[in-house]
Ligand binder design. Structure first.
Ligand code: B12
Length: 216
């Protein structure tokens, strides 16, 4: 196993072992060894958190473990995300981004926000559990070309539709493109609710935002 492979394995082990300290050490090792931060996130941390989600679904683990795994992932991301290259601020469009009402999952939203910043977008992160009206008000206030709405649960993706319905009802639909994403979101769902795009990964989110900022 190469040194980089060992670091990726250590990142995985830390999340699977619910160990924030080990996650920080592995992230520091990745940085010291100049491992691409995006690679560390996508090939180290993400497979581990997906596995944790599967274990939770099968009731092999419970909420406390889920929370500790989430904390471990966040601890490593706190070191890795700031290292993604920064694009020139405001060079492209402004994106207001958040996790929808009733949903506190923020890890994917944070990765997408950081990747958009790295891709040269001005990103306004509204946080989690964001009300429909706040997405729209903040998009208006910041003249945001794009609204990015993350939802991780079957019970909360309906709020992505609410954002679009609210934009339509208030006559603002043409002013803001809407990108949706997160676990249960699919291309079919995005089409059904009239979204302008659905990204399954952060890389895809940036690609779509680039197209939308060019008016495609
Ligand atoms: C970590 C985690 C938590 C942590 C969150 C920590 C945090 N600060 O974010 C905690 C412990 C808080 C948590 C709580 C709960 N969770 Co939870 N959680 C997860 C877990 C394991 C990982 C989510 C994650 O971070 N994934 C990693 C990131 C990188 O992936 P991602 O979010 O999908 O994001 C990527 C793409 O989707 C995309 N993307 C994301 N957002 C956007 C937005 C746009 C605009 C675009 C274009 C793209 C995009 O790009 C990202 C990067 O590639 C998932 C399992 C899973 N497989 O998703 C369950 C999961 C989402 N949770 C689940 C549940 C049930 C809960 C709870 C209800 C549990 C409970 N009984 O209390 C609570 C809900 C609390 C609430 N009200 O929100 C279920 C949801 C089931 C469903 N389909 O409805 C899941 C699927 C687990 C399962 N298999 O059962 N959870």
């Amino acid at each position: 196993m190469s040194a980089d492979e060992k670091i990726l394995k250590d990142l995985q082990k830390a999340v699977l072992g619910y160990d924030s300290k080990a996650a920080v050490s592995a992230a520091k090792a990745a940085i010291a060894a100049k491992v691409d931060p995006l690679l560390a996130i996508e090939k180290g941390l993400m497979p581990a958190i997906e596995k944790v989600g599967d274990q939770f679904e099968k009731m092999e683990i419970y909420l406390p473990e889920l929370m500790l795994a989430g904390d471990a992932m966040k601890s490593a991301l706190a070191l890795l995300l700031p290292l993604l290259p920064k694009g020139s601020k405001g060079a492209k469009a402004t994106v207001v981004m958040g996790t929808v009402q009733g949903d506190v999952h923020e890890i994917g939203k944070n990765i997408v926000a950081s990747m958009l910043m790295a891709g040269g977008f001005n990103v306004i992160d509204l946080g989690v559990d964001v009300k429909t009206i706040t997405f729209v008000d903040e998009a208006e206030r910041n003249s945001a070309k794009i609204i990015g709405a993350s939802a991780l649960m079957a019970s909360t993706i309906g709020s992505q539709k609410d954002i679009i319905d609210y934009l339509v009802a208030s006559g603002k639909r043409k002013k803001h493109a809407v990108l949706v994403g997160g676990g249960p979101t699919t291309k079919e769902w995005a089409k059904e609710i009239g979204a302008d795009g659905c990204g399954m990964t952060a890389v895809e989110a940036v690609k779509l935002a680039n197209q939308l900022s060019k008016g495609k």
